[in-house]
Ligand binder design. Structure first.
Ligand SMILES: NC(=O)c1ccc[n+]([C@@H]2O[C@H](COP(=O)([O-])OP(=O)(O)OC[C@H]3O[C@@H](n4cnc5c(N)ncnc54)[C@H](O)[C@@H]3O)[C@@H](O)[C@H]2O)c1
Length: 148
């Protein structure tokens, strides 16, 4: 059998095997995360990352000004048990909410996209938000990588 098919499990072992979740999180040396979409998924997910990874800066951005204003207020736009406490612990320290989508994308190391994909009555997904976000991302990344 040719050598390229001779795949052993050890080939897939990571260079340094993390012993637990905490070590794994510390081994991530990327420091700035941006999440586009401050909704039911983006908001709480990023709040938890900010809580458990104080060395990572988390920036959640959205085009909906009213939603961002709520994330920055005492009355969050969504309810999840314990979310209020997590946001209060981290907001302004390593968790930030704003409408500066382009700025956050340009300054971060990792981008999460969590924009809405609503469904029609026929349960077909509508990818217009995701599509427009991806086009925007491609243009921004192209600009910063190629300068055009
Ligand atoms: N909510 C859930 O329980 C759940 C579960 C599984 C998967 N999902 C998927 O996760 C994704 C996010 O869901 P959600 O419930 O958080 O949606 P959501 O509607 O609560 O939030 C989406 C946010 O994206 C913002 N947005 C849209 N286009 C944007 C753009 N171009 N730039 C910046 N912000 C933009 C909207 O203003 C909105 O605030 C969807 O694809 C959804 O299908 C959601």
């Amino acid at each position: 059998m040719p050598n390229c098919f001779n795949i052993r499990a050890s080939n897939f072992e990571p260079m340094s095997t993390p012993t637990n979740d905490e070590n794994f999180i510390k081994s991530i040396n990327k420091t700035k995360i941006c999440c586009v979409g401050a909704g039911y998924v983006g908001g709480p997910t990023m709040a938890m990352i900010a809580k458990h990874c104080p060395h990572i800066q988390v920036h959640v951005v959205d085009i909906a000004e009213a939603r961002i204003a709520k994330w920055n207020s005492p009355e969050l736009p969504i309810y999840e048990p314990g979310l209020q406490e997590v946001v209060e612990q981290t907001r302004g320290k390593n968790l930030f909410f704003s409408t500066e989508v382009e700025k956050a994308i340009k300054e971060c190391d990792i981008i999460f996209v969590s924009v809405n994909t609503p469904t029609k009555k026929s349960v077909q997904f509508v990818f217009v938000f995701l599509g427009s976000m991806c086009c925007r991302l491609i243009l921004l990344l192209r600009k910063s990588l190629l300068g055009s």
